[in-house]
Design a protein around this ligand. Structure first.
Ligand code: FE
Length: 211
């Protein structure tokens, strides 16, 4: 199946390059040639900032621009490529929109397929055996563990990624954000909300309010 693409980051075995990188890092650190804190900052940037910020820009634009939203839902690959977000692990992207009726959640049951150009490097839990098995079997329970409780009437739809199709969840725009511009909206959009394991919270000062 598409999963045996050799470019594709499988989580099943410890990859040799990772071990070599770790050994090299240890050696260079011991010799005082690199600062591990600086390395951590670089990794953090790629894992937590650059990647998901791209996806958040896409989501915020879709919230503000109905034409772009329609284009994104019709052909996400073209829409995000137009914004400059393309590359490896992002060749074919499908956007799935959350509504009051349907909440979308993404998993890769076989390994760790993920839209890298939009979300960066997948988090460890996304690659875990537990998430990959349980997201399909008991999605509501998994969501509850992520702190997401959906209304009874909201169905959960789970999308299984492959090396050929990566999914981006278009979360619902939270209430109370009418006055925010696109950039401020993007700032509200978390990585997990684009995987479907979180919902986007409004900027309201009452964090417990479901609104
Ligand atoms: Fe995969």
């Amino acid at each position: 199946m598409p999963h045996d693409d050799h470019d594709h980051p499988h989580a099943l075995l410890p990859p040799d390059p990772a071990l070599r990188v770790r050994a090299l890092e240890t050696l260079l650190t011991r010799k005082g040639l690199i600062d591990p804190a600086a390395l951590d900052a670089i990794v953090d940037t790629y894992e937590n900032r650059i990647g998901p910020r791209n996806g958040a820009a896409v989501v915020a634009r879709a919230w503000c621009d109905p034409g772009f939203r329609a284009a994104l839902l019709a052909d996400a690959t073209a829409a995000v490529t137009d914004m400059g977000f393309f590359g490896r692990q992002g060749e074919h992207v499908v956007a799935v929109e959350n509504t009051p009726e349907v909440h979308n959640m993404v998993v890769c049951t076989l390994c760790s397929c993920y839209p890298w150009p939009l979300l960066g490097v997948p988090p460890a839990w996304y690659k875990s055996d537990a998430y990959r098995a349980r997201a399909v079997r008991e999605p509501r329970k998994v969501l509850a563990e992520f702190g997401v409780t959906l209304p009874e009437g909201t169905a959960v739809r789970v999308w299984d990624s492959t090396a050929e199709v990566r999914y981006l969840v278009l979360p619902m725009r939270p209430p109370g954000t009418e006055g925010l511009d696109q950039e401020a909206l993007a700032g509200l959009v978390s990585r997990d909300s684009m995987i479907g394991t979180a919902v986007v919270q409004g900027p309201a000062p009452a964090p417990g309010a479901a609104a």
